[in-house]
Write a new protein. Structure first.
Length: 170
C-alpha cells in the first residue's frame, strides 16, 4: 500500500475524505492530539497533521493512481473542483517514510499525546507514540506541551509539532 497526498481547499478535507471513501478509495486524514487553552480551561483536541491534505491508501502504482484519481475528478467535477489536480503524478510517501508515520499513529490515523520526564537534561518518554524517539526530538516547549520531531516526507525533512507533556523536570 502506498499513501498518496491529495491537496484540497482548507477546511474541506472531511468532505473530500467522505466523497472519496464513498467512491471506493481508501481515504483518511492524519491528525494529532494537542492541548488547547481557552481562558482558564485547557482541554485535549485533535488537529490536522497536514492541513489542506487528504491521504489515499492505494495498491496502484503512481501512474495508475494518477489516472484513476484524475478520471474520478473529471466524473465529480463540480464536487471535486477544489482538489488540486496533478497531471504527472501525486506526491506519495516512500515505504520507509510511511512506516515511520504509521508507527506514530493509532488505527484511526491519530498521533496521540505523549507524556515524559526530564532528568539530568535527558528526556524520557513514558507513554505515547514519541516513546523511543527521544533522541530525534529537536525542540521541546514545556509550557505549551509541544515537541518538534523532524520527519522525512516526500524526500524532504519537515518539522512536525506533536503533543508532549513533561510531567517532571529535575
Amino acid at each position: 500500500m502506498t499513501w498518496y497526498f491529495l491537496e484540497v481547499e482548507r477546511y474541506h478535507e472531511e468532505i473530500f475524505k467522505n466523497l472519496l471513501n464513498q467512491s471506493g478509495f481508501r481515504a483518511f486524514i492524519p491528525k494529532k492530539e494537542m492541548y488547547f487553552k481557552k481562558n482558564d480551561l485547557m482541554f485535549l483536541t485533535q488537529k490536522l497533521l497536514f492541513p489542506g491534505t487528504v491521504m489515499v491508501s492505494s495498491e496502484l502504482s503512481a501512474i495508475q493512481f494518477t489516472e484513476a484519481i484524475n478520471s474520478w475528478i473529471s466524473l465529480y467535477e463540480q464536487s471535486a473542483e477544489s482538489i488540486c489536480k496533478e497531471s504527472n503524478s501525486y506526491f506519495h510517501l516512500s515505504a520507509l517514510e510511511q512506516n515511520k508515520l504509521e508507527n506514530l499513529m493509532n488505527d484511526e490515523y491519530i498521533i496521540s499525546f505523549s507524556k515524559g520526564v526530564i532528568q539530568n537534561y535527558i528526556l524520557t518518554v513514558n507513554q505515547g507514540p514519541l516513546k523511543g524517539h527521544e533522541k530525534e526530538i529537536q525542540k521541546i516547549k514545556r509550557h505549551q506541551r509541544l515537541a518538534t520531531l523532524p520527519m522525512q516526507c516526500c524526500g524532504q525533512s519537515i518539522p512536525i509539532i506533536l503533543g508532549l507533556e513533561v510531567t517532571e523536570k529535575n
